[in-house]
Ligand binder design. Structure first.
Ligand code: C2E
Ligand code: CA
Ligand code: CA
Length: 415
C-alpha cells in the first residue's frame, strides 16, 4: 500500500521469504513495520546468520545510498510487514541537498563501509572489492565543491566581521536630460587573497548559508547612511524624488520582521520612504508569489518604491502584475543589448514600456553600453537608464566628485 503523503510503500511478506540476496542491486532499503528478518553472510550454501532485526530496524540502507551490490542476504523469519524506501526517492532528495550535506553522507558511508569490511575480514569473510577510479572521481569532485563552499562560507563570515564587504553605487539617469536620478547599491567582497569577488559569486553562497541576512543588513545600513551625502547630488522631479535602490534576496524578503527592519533603518538614517527603492528579481516574484505580494503591498503602503528587476528573464506570464503594485520595471540587459540587433528585442522592449506606462510604472533600461542605445530608448519613452555608458558602479569616495562634476554642469545648463 503506498503512503500518499510520503511516497513510501508498505509490503507484507510470508515467513521464510528472501527480501534480497547478496549481489543484488541496492534498489530499495526497508524499515521493519512488524515482524523480523535475519541477515545472512557468506557464500550460497555456507551462509551464517550474523544478525536478527525486529520492528523499527532498517536494513539495505548502505547499498541504497552507494549503489554497490548488497553484501548480505535478508530473509523473513515470521510474516513480516516492511516499509520500502526506493533509491530513486533518496537520490532525488540528495541531489537537492547542499553539497556539504551530500559530502557528509558520502564520508559517513565510506566510514561505515570500511569499518564493516574490516570487521568482516576479522571474522573471516571476503573483503569488498575496492572502488574503481571512475567511481571515486565524482566523490572527489563533491569533496572539492563541499570544501570550497565550507571555506568560502567560513571566510565570508570572517569577511563580514572584518569589514571586507563594500558597497559600490551605480548611477541611474533620467533619459530625458541625462541627470542622475538615483543610485543602485551593489555589494562586493574585497577578499584579502582572492581580490574583489563579484556578488554573483558570493550572494548565492550567502543565501545558502544564511549569511545573506547579515550581508543584506550591512548593505541597507551603509546605503541609507551614505544617502545623507548623496541625496543633494541627485535630481528628483515632482512626484518622483531622487532615490537609492537596494537589492533584496528571497530569504531576506521572507524573514520575519523584514518590514520592521526596513522601517527602523529609514528612521535611523532619516530617509524618506519614497527615497528608497527595493529591487526584487522576477525569479523571486515567481518563486514565492504569496509572500512577495504581502511584502510588496506593505512596502508600497509605507511609500517605499519597489522595482521589478531583470524583467523578462523569468519566463513568467504577466499575471502577477495585476496584483503586485510595482512602482518601477527594470528591463533586463539581455533585451537592451540586442535592441538594435533584432526586431524581436525591439518589440519586446516596446511592449514592456507600453505596459509600464499603462500600469503607471516608471522604467529603467539596464546595461546601456553605448550612446545609440540610450537614444533609441529615450525616443521609445523609457524613463531611466543605467549602464557602463553612463557610469560604472563606484565607491563613495569616487562617486562624490563624479556626481559633483555632473551637478555643476547641470546647474550651469539650468542657469
Ligand atoms: P543586478 O541587480 O541586475 O545589478 C546590475 C548588474 O549589472 C551589476 O552587476 C552591474 O555592475 C551590472 N551592469 C550595470 N551596467 C552594466 C553594463 O552596461 N554592462 C554590463 N555588462 N553590466 C552592467 P554586479 O554588481 O556584479 O551585481 C550582480 C548581481 O548581484 C546584481 O544584479 C544583483 O542581482 C546581485 N547583487 C548585487 N548586490 C546585491 C546586494 O546587496 N544584495 C543582493 N541580494 N543581491 C545583490
Ligand atoms: Ca538590481
Ligand atoms: Ca537587474
Amino acid at each position: 500500500m503506498a503512503d500518499v503523503s510520503t511516497g513510501f510503500q508498505r509490503e507484507t511478506f510470508a515467513a521464510d521469504t528472501t527480501i534480497f540476496r547478496a549481489g543484488d542491486a541496492g534498489e530499495a532499503a526497508y524499515v521493519i513495520d512488524s515482524g523480523c528478518v535475519e541477515i545472512l553472510l557468506g557464500p550460497e550454501g555456507a551462509q551464517r546468520r550474523i544478525e536478527v532485526l525486529a520492528e523499527g530496524a532498517m536494513f539495505g540502507e548502505i547499498a541504497l545510498l552507494d549503489g554497490l551490490p548488497r553484501s548480505a542476504t535478508v530473509r523473513t523469519l515470521v510474516p513480516t510487514r516492511l516499509i520500502r524506501i526506493d533509491r530513486s526517492h533518496i537520490e532525488g532528495l540528495l541531489q537537492q541537498a547542499d553539497p556539504v550535506v551530500q559530502y557528509l553522507v558520502k564520508v559517513l558511508l565510506d566510514r561505515v563501509r570500511s569499518e564493516r569490511a574490516a570487521r568482516l575480514e576479522l571474522e573471516g569473510f571476503e573483503r569488498q572489492s575496492p572502488r574503481s577510479a571512475t567511481e571515486l572521481d565524482p566523490d572527489e569532485r563533491l569533496h572539492m565543491a563541499a570544501l570550497r563552499t565550507l571555506s568560502l562560507a567560513q571566510s565570508l563570515s570572517d569577511g563580514l566581521r572584518l569589514g571586507q564587504l563594500e558597497v559600490h553605487y551605480q548611477p541611474i539617469v533620467w533619459l530625458s536630460d541625462g541627470r542622475v536620478a538615483g543610485l543602485e547599491a551593489l555589494v562586493r567582497w574585497r577578499h584579502p587573497a582572492l581580490g574583489l569577488i563579484s556578488p554573483d559569486e558570493f550572494i548565492p553562497l550567502a543565501e545558502k548559508t544564511g549569511l545573506i541576512h547579515r550581508v543584506g543588513e550591512f548593505v541597507m545600513q551603509r546605503a541609507a547612511a551614505d544617502w545623507a551625502q548623496l541625496r543633494g547630488l541627485c535630481w528628483g522631479q515632482a512626484g518622483a524624488p531622487a532615490f537609492m535602490s537596494v537589492n533584496l534576496s528571497a530569504p531576506e524578503l521572507c524573514a520575519p520582521g523584514a518590514m520592521q527592519r526596513i522601517q527602523a533603518c529609514l528612521a535611523e538614517h532619516r530617509m524618506r520612504p519614497d527615497e528608497l527603492h527595493i529591487e526584487l528579481t522576477e525569479s523571486i516574484v515567481i518563486s514565492s508569489v504569496e509572500v512577495v505580494t504581502h511584502v510588496v503591498q506593505a512596502l508600497r503602503g509605507l511609500g517605499v518604491g519597489v522595482a521589478l528587476d531583470d524583467f523578462g528573464t523569468g519566463y513568467a506570464g504577466l499575471g502577477y502584475l495585476q496584483t503586485l503594485p510595482f512602482s518601477c520595471l527594470k528591463i533586463d540587459r539581455s533585451f537592451v543589448e540586442r535592441l538594435h540587433r533584432g526586431e524581436r528585442s525591439f518589440h519586446i522592449v516596446k511592449s514592456a514600456l507600453e505596459l509600464s506606462a499603462l500600469l503607471g510604472m516608471s522604467t529603467v533600461a539596464e546595461g546601456i553600453e553605448d550612446a545609440e542605445t540610450g537614444e533609441v530608448l529615450r525616443r521609445m519613452g523609457c524613463t531611466f537608464a543605467q549602464g557602463f555608458f553612463f557610469a560604472r558602479p563606484m565607491l563613495l569616495v569616487d562617486l562624490l566628485p563624479w556626481l559633483q562634476a555632473r551637478a555643476d554642469v547641470a546647474s550651469d545648463l539650468a542657469g
